[in-house]
Design a protein around this ligand. Structure first.
Ligand SMILES: Nc1nc2c([nH]c(=O)n2[C@H]2C[C@H](O)[C@@H](COP(=O)(O)OP(=O)(O)OP(=O)(O)O)O2)c(=O)[nH]1
Length: 120
């Protein structure tokens, strides 16, 4: 997976996250994800199956994560200060955002599964 290291806000600086960001008014979740990847990584993506979701510490906020494939471009540093492609064995090598733990665990299970998520 592609992990990205935040540089702001200071409380989150140095922590790693799934690329993405907040949905804007009038936008679908898929549109928001594609836009964030364009803005923050300079890539176009094809969105695949959902990985899962977790409630964030702020009431009412939910973090939803999807699998995606890059269809154009090569990720570059725009909003983050580091990017890393992590194999399944490397998922614990970076300090994740606190909320992300369960989704990283889920990803590890998915990557180890003989029947990965369905892209059809
Ligand atoms: N993108 C992303 N955000 C995460 C993760 N884990 C996690 O707790 N968050 C939180 C941090 C933020 O409160 C919120 C996403 O905010 P963001 O700052 O990335 O959103 P954004 O790119 O739209 O930025 P903004 O300009 O609207 O502030 O979700 C994660 O893995 N990826």
């Amino acid at each position: 997976m592609l992990a990205a290291r935040r540089q702001e806000p200071s409380a989150y600086a140095g922590m790693w996250e799934f690329p993405g960001g907040k949905v804007e008014p009038g936008e679908s979740e898929h549109e928001a994800l594609a836009r964030e990847c364009r803005e923050e990584l300079d890539v176009e993506i094809e969105i695949g199956p959902p990985l899962g979701e977790v409630d964030l510490a702020s009431p009412g906020w939910v973090l939803r994560v999807w699998c995606g494939r890059i269809t154009r471009g090569r990720p570059r540093l725009v909003a983050h200060d580091a990017l890393r492609w992590l194999s399944a064995a490397e998922l614990d090598d970076v300090p994740w955002m606190p909320a992300d733990g369960p989704l990283v665990d889920r990803l590890r299970d998915v990557l180890a599964s003989p029947a990965p998520l369905d892209w059809s």
